[in-house]
Design a protein around this ligand. Structure first.
Ligand SMILES: Cc1cc2nc3c(=O)[nH]c(=O)nc-3n(C[C@H](O)[C@H](O)[C@H](O)COP(=O)(O)O)c2cc1C
Length: 186
């Protein structure tokens, strides 16, 4: 079955390791005939959630904040598989990823969250510390697991790798090939 695979890139830097891994998964998905799309959160206008709760007084999935998140939510709802890619910043995800996650609050409603149920997800986390545990990647992973479980999204793959400098992951062709294989298997 041809799927729609949506990549969410949250690193703000060029030659980002997490984005490189995301690109390789999307490449693999394309090889398997799936449609792919990537959203760069750092190039999108996304305000933090204001907690106005207006989304809770609306039948529609509608956030009161008018920015790029409206279109991104529509893409998330259409996607069969969502790939979340983030660098680890201070034992958590990047600010761009956290702001994006908070804006999913407009989907937090028994009926609305059903729109996300049954999708697949892949998590990519890159961190500078050689140990995934000491880097904080396991803390971010635990957070993603809670969020995916809440939305009834299945975690089908995760890629947690240590790399510090921009593009450093390119020195590990076996990991890049693994990312392509994950994409092909979606
Ligand atoms: C603001 C900032 C905070 C960071 N905090 C951590 C951290 O808590 N743990 C860690 O292992 N690496 C940390 N790093 C290193 C990045 O996770 C690492 O460079 C990673 O490869 C970045 O991914 P990217 O290339 O996709 O942006 C931090 C880097 C920055 C710029």
């Amino acid at each position: 079955m041809k799927k729609l695979v949506l990549g969410i890139c949250s690193s703000p830097r060029n030659n980002s390791n997490s984005e490189i891994l995301l690109n390789h998964i999307l490449k693999g998905a394309g090889i398997s005939g799936h449609s792919t799309e990537k959203i760069n959160l750092s190039q999108s206008q996304i305000s933090p959630c204001h907690a106005c709760l207006k989304c809770k007084n609306s039948e529609a999935i509608k956030c009161a904040l008018e920015d790029d998140m409206q279109e991104i939510i529509e893409k998330l709802i259409k996607a069969d598989c969502i790939i979340f890619a983030s660098p680890i910043y201070f034992f958590s995800v990047s600010a761009q990823m956290k702001i994006f996650i908070d804006r999913l609050y407009c989907l937090v409603d028994e009926n609305k969250k059903q729109k996300m149920a049954g999708k697949d997800a892949v998590i990519i986390l890159t961190h500078g510390h050689p140990s995934s545990e000491k880097s904080g990647a396991l803390i971010a992973m635990a957070m993603f697991k809670k969020i995916l479980n809440f939305f009834e999204i299945s975690l089908i793959h995760k890629m947690l790798y240590s790399c510090q400098m921009p593009g450093e992951i390119l020195e590990q062709p076996d990991i890049l090939q693994k990312a392509v294989s994950i994409g092909e298997s979606l």
